[in-house]
Design a protein around this ligand. Sequence first.
Ligand code: HGY
Ligand code: MN
Ligand code: MN
Length: 417
Amino acid sequence: MFPKIDGERLWASIQDLAKVGAYTDSVSGLVGVNRLALTDADRDGRRLVRGWFEAAGLEVRVDRIGNTYGVRRGRRRDLARIMAGSHIDSVPTGGAFDGCLGVLGALEVVRTLNDAGLSTDRDLEIGFFTDEEGARFGTDMLGSATACGRLPIETAYGLADKDGTTVKGELERIGFLGPAPERVTPPAAYVECHVEQGPILATRGRDLGAVVGVQAISWYELTLEGKSAHAGTTPMGLRKDAGLVASRINVELHRMATSGVYGAEMRATMGRFDPVPDRVNIVPGRVICTVDLRNPDDAAMARAEADLFGFLKALAAETGVAITWRQTAQTHSVKFSEVVLSVITARMEAHGLSYERILSGAGHDAQEFAAICPTAMIFVPGLYDGISHNPREYSTPEACARGVQILCETMLELSKT
Ligand code: HGY
Ligand code: MN
Ligand code: MN
């Protein structure tokens, strides 16, 4: 018999956390969430959730990269623990669910076990990881990649935002540069509950998703150096227009992604496009822009990158605009554990829930844990085509409760010895 999670308490926690960093979106008029990593809003969200961890009787620690964990002791401390978590930092135009459902869902599991007076064989450890989004310091899964050993902490500390402010400086400023070592010992298993952030589950009428893995991700920052010039007096043939070159790169990205040459699932995005001097009557002399490539197939990703580099070199030679680039994030495609997935799907079937085995289009902290322990994820469908990284992000109280009930039961099953 499994305890029933309290869906209303879960929903209330999600809504309470969403108030931290709430903003009214200038485009949609909707209230969204802006808790960009290591800002004051992120600090306030961290303090709130850490307080909830403490109130739930967890042994709380903050590590050297700001990851924050809470441990609920089991009977057999000699055994490896079961972990669950996600992130509470957001993109600047975020919603209430991305990451938060996984952290507050894990907290709801603890609260439920406390209410039921249930103990477990293994320790349960929940947590939130620093800067999963990468939207400020330029690389995603920063905290969990450091915890699991993909990113050296000195590299993480040295990353800086557009203003040159470093990760380390911000951790110190907000009081979340903790003393605990950043590397984790491998847990027995890691499970994460997350909104799907896409249209598949809702379109197919599925209650939940059993996430089989994550596609490859590759981010680049490009610097285009042309020549700023008078928009009225400079003949078209004499220009070195960095803005035009950036636009041609964006068109090429779209052509590549829709060509089918790199597989039907390839996605490419130029999310950042910063022209300088950014004035109506000046030909942009410089543009800093970004490229976000996604592909479920590592080999196809590598081909796309090589072809893109070839395009950039030829474009520079043709236009006289210098193009340099640096990779800011790279994660290969990840397969999750069939053992953990079998527990997740067994619990879904026990509840008569419909589900889809689904590959994640978005990156997640779980993909870092997949490198060190058996890992899998539970997806909860979103409304409005599952839109995310947008204030319209929404899932229902019922769907969130279903996902967290399966998280609870999966953790309890995995905790058994
Ligand atoms: O970019 C991603 O896939 C994630 O939201 N950080
Ligand atoms: Mn997320
Ligand atoms: Mn996200």
